[in-house]
Design a protein around this ligand. Structure first.
Ligand code: CA
Length: 231
């Protein structure tokens, strides 16, 4: 898996630095923010995998940051850092969608164990992306279409939209053919031979092949194909 990106929002410099250092020493990428405004800015950046959020913050308090994060990135994992005794805030945070909390003071070991557990749980969580880029093509699930340019568009069938939607929603992990059969087709794959191709119109890969094809032979400005790259 790609290195997870964690944003540490904490106004106490010693704690912020200690947490960030512990994360980096364990192989995570850590970004730091010392107030709520900056923290929110960092948290909603593309590519962030987890937020560690203090509640008592200057400029914008942690619960307000959490509410805004939930509005813009509903499935982004958030762990609250709270002071001992602030049970009300902790409960409010959990009710507002925080994934876990850690009571200060905490050890690096506990912090890393919780970060790892929350990231593991979030792996199976669908992304909130409605559009993705594949080479020159932009796949727009809400419009059920593929756009290669302003004037080149193609409609997606219901099944193609479902396949692409599932792949995009689970863009952080590999999806097996069996899972596609079960979750998209609604077919129990047990006992089925899934190594051979299904009929050309409904093979699991046909939607991605169609999205990847180009209506013209080539384009010098075509970006390298990355799949899926949320737009
Ligand atoms: Ca604080």
């Amino acid at each position: 898996m790609q290195t997870a990106r964690v944003v540490v929002i904490e106004d106490e410099p010693a704690i912020r630095r200690g947490v960030s250092d512990a994360l980096r020493a364990s192989g995570y990428h850590a970004a730091e923010a010392g107030d709520g405004d900056r923290g929110l800015e960092e948290a909603v950046r593309a590519g962030v995998d987890l937020v560690l959020l203090d509640l008592m913050l200057p400029r914008r308090d942690g619960l307000t940051v959490l509410a805004e994060v939930r509005r813009t990135r509903p499935t982004l994992p958030v762990i609250i850092l709270t002071a001992r005794g602030s049970e009300d805030d902790r409960v409010r945070g959990l009710k507002m969608g925080a994934d876990d909390y850690i009571v200060k003071p905490f050890s690096a070991r506990e912090l890393l164990a919780r970060v790892e557990a929350v990231l593991r749980r979030s792996m199976g969580r669908p992304c909130e992306v409605q559009r993705a880029r594949l080479g020159r093509a932009v796949i727009d699930l809400s419009r059920r279409e593929i756009r290669w340019s302003e004037h080149e568009r193609g409609e997606l069938s219901e099944m193609e939209t479902a396949i692409l939607g599932f792949l995009i929603a689970h863009c952080k992990r590999a999806v097996s053919r069996e899972e596609l059969l079960s979750r998209v087709w609604g077919i129990e794959p047990t006992g089925l031979e899934t190594r051979t191709c299904m009929s050309p119109g409904c093979a699991p890969s046909s939607a991605t092949r169609r999205a990847a094809r180009r209506p013209k032979p080539s384009s010098p400005s075509a970006p390298p194909a990355t799949w899926p790259a949320p737009t």
